[in-house]
Design a protein around this ligand. Structure first.
Ligand code: FES
Length: 56
């Protein structure tokens, strides 16, 4: 499922990025641009990062 439509980033991409070492919304924003346009995806993306980090 797409989390960030503006940047075309899916939950799978976010989970994979966390598996590869990403650990915060700030890094997700810097590396994938998530939340840098309309901002609608911020809360959802944050929850997925948090969840994926906890499962790591
Ligand atoms: Fe992510 Fe718009 S949906 S910035």
């Amino acid at each position: 499922m797409y989390v960030c439509l503006c940047k075309g980033v899916t939950d799978k991409t976010i989970r994979r990025a966390v598996d590869d070492g990403l650990s915060s919304m700030r890094e997700l924003r810097q590396q994938y641009g998530v939340g840098t346009q309309c901002g609608c995806c911020n809360q959802c993306a944050k929850d997925i990062v948090k969840d994926a980090v906890a499962e790591r």
